[in-house]
Design a protein around this ligand. Structure first.
Ligand SMILES: NC(=O)c1ccc[n+]([C@@H]2O[C@H](COP(=O)([O-])OP(=O)(O)OC[C@H]3O[C@@H](n4cnc5c(N)ncnc54)[C@H](OP(=O)(O)O)[C@@H]3O)[C@@H](O)[C@H]2O)c1
Length: 346
């Protein structure tokens, strides 16, 4: 196939480009050149997707079997590429998110559940930022005159991860010593490797690129304990995991999700975080590698200098607990244990 990737230089986009090249596809990437150098074996077209002129130059004299839009976050921006690519690509694959679904993360969503009521002309400020993905989806669905494929990833991990959730755990555990871990080691997670999404998305494009799929891991494909143990194993660290009570951590001002990445507390607002249904994608052929493989490959990529900059952000929020705060909270947790021991002795 001839494939255009909007983005393509980092994490998921890069995984899609790598997999497409591995399959012998002809790949064009369109990006500004700010996130990384041009890739070997790929046609690179520089430009800003906000700029109609740059999009016009991109499509001049070119056409593709499919376009993969990895970096659409605002409906009015996505509308520009949809307009420019109409008649130039057979199918438009849009990388959306669980965030398009109104009930995630409170409920375990599936493809039939309602999406945010985000209009095709909504701007940031009209609706919560995450909800804009629903508006982007509608722009593609209503505006592209060809196959439309929507993938809604869950939490993505893997080599080159640029949010920094798994990389932060790996780097923290690699330093060794006692490491705070949130809640229960038995807490079930549901993670998906970027490379598995890439393979599935390209399979679907080869089939005509039509449909909507939640693309996350098998429900319960790991637990917090197994994930962190895999980090200990991969890094060869002597780290000792210290499992601290969730309420205690919150009382100490530790923010779930961002400061201790992948920690979704056991409260109603997060009840569906790790219980989405990937049944449709799995039935259509999505394969999910074991989490231990993802962890080992992510550590290898970090050691090879694959650490993205700036590190690590979720939107504007830094990811990962500051070392001093970590040590202060750990000391407080130990002191709490001592208090209990004294109490127990009476
Ligand atoms: N991480 C998760 O757990 C998660 C979960 C659910 C969904 N998702 C979705 O998965 C996707 C992640 O994609 P990704 O990993 O490839 O990273 P990304 O940060 O979404 O995309 C970055 C790529 O887009 C290019 N780009 C950014 N702005 C551009 C512009 N104005 N014009 C042209 N190119 C532009 C960048 O190159 P230049 O900077 O050089 O232009 C870079 O190649 C996102 O859509 C995200 O919403 C992620």
């Amino acid at each position: 196939m001839k494939i255009l990737v909007i983005g393509g230089t980092v994490f998921l986009g890069r995984a899609i480009v790598d997999e497409a090249l591995r399959r012998g596809h002809e790949v064009t990437v369109f990006n500004r050149g700010q996130s990384g150098p041009a890739l070997a074996g790929v046609e690179t077209v520089r430009g800003d997707r906000e700029d109609d002129g740059a999009l016009a130059a991109l499509v001049e004299g070119r056409s593709w079997d499919g376009v993969v839009d990895t970096c659409g976050f605002e409906p009015l921006t996505v509308a520009k590429s949809v307009r420019a690519l109409a008649g130039r690509a057979g199918a438009y694959a849009f990388v959306s998110s669980f965030h398009a679904y109104a009930d995630w993360p409170a409920l375990g969503v599936d493809e039939s559940m309602p999406r945010h009521a985000c209009a095709v002309d909504a701007s940031p400020g009209d609706v919560p930022y995450n909800a804009l993905k629903a508006g982007c989806e509608r722009v593609v669905e209503e505006g592209f005159p060809g196959g439309v494929l929507i993938v809604n990833p869950g939490i993505i991990v893997g080599p080159g991860e640029n949010v920094g959730r798994l990389p932060w755990w790996l780097e923290t555990i690699a330093r060794g010593g006692r490491v705070l871990a949130p809640g229960s080691p038995h807490r079930s997670l549901q993670l998906v490797d970027a490379r598995d999404i890439a393979a599935f998305l390209l399979d679907r494009l080869a089939d005509g690129g039509v449909g909507r799929y939640l693309t996350t891991g098998v429900r319960g494909n790991t637990t917090m304990g197994e994930l962190l143990a895999a980090c200990v194993e991969a890094t060869g660290s002597d780290a000792e995991l210290v499992w601290a009570d969730e309420q205690f951590l919150q009382d100490q001002g530790v923010s779930p999700w961002t400061e201790l990445p992948l920690w979704a507390p056991d409260i109603p607002e997060f009840a569906g975080t790790w219980t989405a249904s990937s049944a449709k994608a799995l039935a259509a052929g999505m394969r999910c590698r074991p989490i231990a493989e993802t962890v080992a490959d992510t550590w290898q990529a970090l050691r090879n200098g694959g650490c993205p900059a700036p590190k690590y952000l979720q939107g504007e929020t830094p990811v990962g607990l500051d070392k001093d705060k970590h040590d202060t909270v750990l000391t407080a947790w130990d002191a709490r244990g001592l208090t209990h021991a004294v109490d127990a002795r009476g």
